[in-house]
Ligand binder design. Structure first.
Ligand SMILES: [Zn+2]
Length: 415
């Protein structure tokens, strides 16, 4: 987990151990099972569960089914209404805000366009409005909201909650996002990198999944990679792991912001594919724009989004030029993934993010074959490729999961 996020502890260590065990169980655990799973004594489990029941964080949920020896035991489960966390995703184009209950289910979500000029103060105002909107969800007790997590484009300084220098939104340079948010909402806040948040959401959704080593490919305005290694979300030395965009995949390809050509991130991002569609004549020129082959256009985010949808629909409808543009991005991604999965010995790659669903079936249809073509003689096992079950809001959901993790996961040193 990101190291700089220090939310106040509201549960003692043994309570977090029990909560964690209950969360990871399917269908709840009895007190006897809890003692066995956690290594705590029966008396300690009794005391801890009494406190957690009193706090409304767990509930008694029926008896263990017939067939187990002895008298039926009462099962304990999380009480979803026991605590809530807010998650915000600051994308350069759209602000997403979700309210998660203690079980990690989304109970409300709000989506707003980001202010077009990327101004930090204006963006903050939209974020605060969105947070107020989800806090007003009927049935969710606002006094049980424990904090706000924000997924932001990197690099970020997780210690101070500052967005340092996001490449696509210069207005946020060195913005003290965490402190400003806490001042505006009165809620403890944390800031994490967007691709790391997305990987957290995927991991939270599937805590006991078969794969312990996988990559989450985040596909939004740009593309990035979150890693789960050894069952833990990998955050790196400064909580900024996942800047994957500048690996060369296409010599002589599109000019990247880094000054070189053919970087993976540039070669797959929707704006680049839209430009290629305009140059090829597959897409109509936007109002007031002169399209000249090979000349970049400064398109606003809504235009890019609408044209990207049009491009993917044209490809699906059989337009060969549109298909060739998307399919080249798939080949570039396959080239990258073949290296990444071999380097880290991954057995699964999960895709998600707001631009993903429009290309999902095409990617999942073609990637296995493209990967198989790049036989480097080192892959010894198949790599499972799939779309995330968390949906388009994955980064916002992950930011809220981070708040729940920070508050309720057992950490050494907690009193
Ligand atoms: Zn680059």
């Amino acid at each position: 987990m990101p190291k700089g996020a220090n939310l106040p502890a509201i549960a003692a260590f043994n309570e977090t151990v029990v909560l964690d065990a209950v969360r990871r169980s399917e269908g709840g655990l009895s007190r006897v099972e809890l003692a066995s799973v956690t290594g705590l004594s029966a008396q300690t489990v009794t005391n801890v569960t009494r406190r957690l029941l009193g706090q409304g964080l767990i509930r008694e949920a029926g008896k263990q089914s017939e067939g187990s020896p002895g008298k039926p035991r009462t099962l304990l489960r999380l009480d979803p209404a026991g605590a809530y966390a807010v998650g915000v995703h600051l994308d350069p184009t759209v602000i997403t805000c979700v309210l998660l209950d203690l079980e990690g289910e989304v109970v409300e979500h709000v989506r707003q366009p980001a202010p077009p000029d990327g101004d930090a103060k204006a963006t903050l105002a939209v974020v605060v409005d969105a947070i107020r909107a989800v806090l007003a969800t009927p049935g969710a007790d606002p006094s049980r909201v424990i904090g706000v997590g924000v997924a932001a484009p990197g690099p970020i300084d997780a210690e101070t909650g500052v967005v340092v220098r996001p490449p696509l939104v210069p207005g946020w340079n060195d913005f003290h996002l965490r402190d400003e948010l806490t001042a505006a909402t009165g809620l403890p806040s944390l800031v994490a990198k967007d691709v790391i948040s997305a990987a957290v959401a995927e991991r939270w959704r599937d805590p006991t999944g078969a794969s312990k080593d996988y990559a989450f490919i985040y596909y939004g305005t740009g593309a990035g990679i979150g890693l789960v290694l050894g069952g833990e979300v990998y955050t790196g030395s400064t909580d900024n792991a996942g800047d994957a965009g500048h690996v060369l995949v296409e010599p002589g390809g599109a000019l990247c912001a880094c000054g070189r050509r053919g970087c993976w991130g540039e070669s797959v991002r929707p704006q680049r594919l839209v430009l290629q569609g305009l140059w090829a004549g597959v897409l109509p020129a936007p109002d007031g724009e002169q399209v000249a082959d090979g000349v970049d256009l400064d398109l606003d985010v809504d235009t890019v989004d609408a044209l990207f949808t049009r491009l993917t629909e044209a490809a699906d409808a059989g337009d060969e030029r549109a298909a060739a543009i998307i399919d080249r991005s798939i080949r570039n991604t396959a080239f990258y993934l073949s290296n990444l999965t071999a380097l880290l010995d991954l057995d699964r790659v999960v895709f998600g993010g707001p631009s993903w669903s429009r290309v999902e079936h095409r990617y999942l249809d073609q990637l296995p074959e493209r990967l198989a073509e790049i036989d480097m003689g080192i892959l010894t096992h198949p790599v499972l490729l799939e779309g995330s079950a968390v949906g388009d809001d994955v980064a916002a959901v992950g930011a809220a999961c981070l708040v729940l993790n920070e508050t309720f996961s057992p950490r050494v040193g907690r009193g």
